[in-house]
Design a protein around this ligand. Structure first.
Ligand code: ZN
Ligand code: ZN
Length: 257
């Protein structure tokens, strides 16, 4: 049985903790080493128990804690090569612990297997991951400009998923961001709107996914209630049901039950 928590989720930093009971891993480390260590301590564990860290992409809200973590701990940090080539070159300590992979890779860590898939975003490469312990499967895909058939097919293999509900389109259009940034977010390689997230959630629910957590919400262009309501209304209108939650930027949220 897999247990997963977002420790942090949003434009101010991302880190997801996953355990099979025997094997503990992180996806991303986009907060300080200290903040991540404190969050893990609250869950009764610590960075010294983490076997491996898997990185989605090289944007700082996903990797900014890695240099200090690599200085203090000897944890392998897995990247697809385009993100590795951009992110690792400047890291003195990260260079020692970083592992360079092909875009599609599969890594066995203790009793879990972690498998990557592509997620469209304006980074060198962005990955989603499927974590499987042989009985249970968890998947994550955020920083997603649009939903591809490939990523939807990967996510329906999972019991529980973390997906992105980045912005409310109206809030983004009327909000304070400069035009170029609005266009970047709305592009097919930007971030996923609540509306498109709702459509993806319906597809996942219709194909057997049991728990969906909405994550990576924009602080300026979204509200947890707006995201939740837009997704749950579309589920309801289609006669579908999932255990639906919203991740927090600062507090640990249990994604699996
Ligand atoms: Zn990003
Ligand atoms: Zn991000």
């Amino acid at each position: 049985m897999i247990t997963a928590y977002t420790l942090f989720s949003g434009s101010t930093g991302n880190c997801t903790y996953i355990t099979s009971g025997k094997t503990e891993i992180l996806i991303d480390a986009g907060k300080s080493c200290l903040a991540i260590e404190r969050a893990l301590n609250h869950l009764g564990t610590s960075l010294s128990n983490i076997s491996d860290i898997f990185v989605t992409h090289e944007h700082s809200d996903h990797i900014c804690g890695l240099e200090v973590i690599s200085k203090k701990y000897n944890i392998p940090v897995h990247f697809a090569y385009p993100s590795y080539d951009k992110a690792v070159i400047n890291g003195t300590y990260l260079k020692r612990s970083a592992v360079r992979h092909e875009i599609f890779f599969e890594k066995k860590v203790g009793d879990v297997t972690v498998k990557s898939f592509k997620v469209p975003h304006d980074s060198m490469q962005n990955l989603g991951y499927i974590v499987d312990d042989g009985e249970d499967t968890f998947g994550t895909a955020t920083d997603m400009g649009h939903v591809t058939e490939e990523l939807a097919i990967e996510l329906i293999k999972c019991r529980c998923v973390l997906i992105e509900a980045n912005h409310d389109k109206q809030m983004l259009k009327n909000g304070p961001y400069p035009q170029f940034l609005k266009e970047r977010i709305l592009s097919p390689y930007g971030h996923l709107s609540n509306e498109n997230c709702a459509r993806l959630t319906c597809f996942l629910a219709d194909n057997g996914v049991k728990c969906v957590t909405l994550g990576h919400l924009s602080k300026e262009n979204n509200l947890p209630k707006l995201a939740y309501d837009e997704v749950s209304n579309l589920l309801c209108n289609n006669g579908l049901c999932v255990d639906l939650k919203v991740a927090s930027p600062e507090e640990a949220v249990l994604l699996t039950r």
